[in-house]
Design a protein around this ligand. Structure first.
Ligand SMILES: Nc1ncnc2c1ncn2[C@@H]1O[C@H](COP(=O)(O)OP(=O)(O)O)[C@@H](O)[C@H]1O
Ligand SMILES: [Mg+2]
Length: 151
């Protein structure tokens, strides 16, 4: 199967938040978003935008020390940071979170246990203000969502 994808340069923190908000409006309950990229590449900033789209009143910040944070808005947001998980044997129990939207900050080197279908967002640091952000659909249901991100 061919996966739909799109790649763009985003030149401010605010625009990354707006992009997250745009994706957030397209997500249904049960959706999974996987955010990849080095530290400070913009993953949590983007997650703030998803929170905005879901009308979550709290500030979304890095869940680095807790692995999982749950926020209640128009839909429930499960914000997961797998960065500190030290080995592949940790079962995050993703199936338990199907009543909301899962946003997973995921280290590139750690590939096991991801849900089968998800939209992948890759963040690359260009310079202080600019990031290269690409969206890749994994699974049919995400092809149209990635298509929408093109315009
Ligand atoms: N275009 C941009 N997109 C996202 N963040 C940006 C951008 N330009 C500057 N920044 C800054 O980079 C940092 C990104 O941090 P964060 O989103 O926590 O990254 P991560 O979760 O990937 O570690 C923030 O301090 C943010 O203000
Ligand atoms: Mg982060």
């Amino acid at each position: 199967m061919l996966y739909n994808s799109v790649d763009m340069i985003v030149d401010s923190r605010e625009k990354t938040i707006a992009l997250g908000e745009k994706l957030g409006r397209l997500l249904d309950i049960g959706s999974t978003v996987v955010l990849k990229g080095e530290l400070a590449s913009g993953k949590t900033t983007f997650a703030k935008g998803i929170g905005k789209a879901l009308n979550i009143p709290q500030v979304i910040n890095s869940p680095t020390f807790t692995i999982l944070k749950i926020y209640h808005g128009d839909k429930t947001l499960y914000h997961i940071d797998a960065y500190r998980i030290e080995n592949n044997s940790y079962d995050l129990g993703f199936d338990e979170y199907d009543d909301g939207i899962k946003v997973i900050e995921w280290p590139e080197y750690y590939m096991s246990y991801l849900p089968k279908e998800y939209v992948e967002v890759i963040f690359e640091y260009i310079d202080e203000q600019r990031r290269d952000i690409s969206f890749i659909a994994h699974g049919d249901r995400y092809n149209s969502i990635v298509e929408e991100m093109k315009c």
